[in-house]
Design a protein. Structure first.
Length: 133
C-alpha cells in the first residue's frame, strides 16, 4: 500500500536453555534430546563437569555417530552441529563462530560422554538467538 511503512522485523532476544541429563557414570555416554525453536544460533555453552558434548538435528544422525571415538574426525556426511570438550578450568565457552542449528521436529539431539573421574549429574546450559519459530 502506497505510503505505508513495512512492518519492522522484531529483534531476536537472547535466550537460555538448561539441559539436566541426570547421573552419568564416569566414561559413559548418555543420549537424549531437548526442545528448541526451529532455527537457532548457539552463542555459548556451559557445563558443570568435564564432558564431550555433541549436538545433532535428528536422533538418527546422533545414533549413526555414537560410536565415533574421541580424536577421530567426523565424516563429511555427518550432521553434527557441535562437538565440544569441556575440562576442569574450561567448563564454558563463547562459541565463535556461533553455531547455526535447525530442528526437523522441534528437538536438538545430544550425546554426552562423562569425562570426569566420578559418577555425577551432568548439566549443559546454552545461550542462543532464535532465528525461526
Amino acid at each position: 500500500v502506497e505510503g505505508s511503512s513495512p512492518t519492522p522485523f522484531p529483534t531476536p532476544q537472547r535466550q537460555t536453555v538448561e539441559v539436566d541429563i541426570g547421573v552419568v557414570a564416569s566414561n559413559e555416554t548418555s543420549v537424549g534430546q531437548f526442545e528448541m525453536p526451529a532455527g537457532v544460533i548457539l552463542r555459548t555453552i556451559e557445563t558443570n563437569a568435564s564432558m564431550r558434548v555433541r549436538l545433532y538435528p535428528t536422533a538418527s544422525a546422533r545414533d549413526a555417530d555414537i560410536t565415533r571415538p574421541l580424536g577421530v574426525d567426523r565424516t563429511q556426511a555427518s550432521s553434527t552441529f557441535l562437538e565440544f570438550y569441556s575440562v576442569t578450568g574450561l567448563l564454558d565457552a563463547i562459541l565463535s563462530p556461533a553455531v547455526d542449528c535447525f530442528t526437523e521436529d522441534g528437538f536438538l539431539y545430544y550425546s554426552v560422554l562423562n569425562k570426569s573421574l566420578i559418577n555425577q549429574p551432568l548439566t549443559m546450559i546454552f545461550s542462543y538467538l532464535p532465528t525461526e519459530v
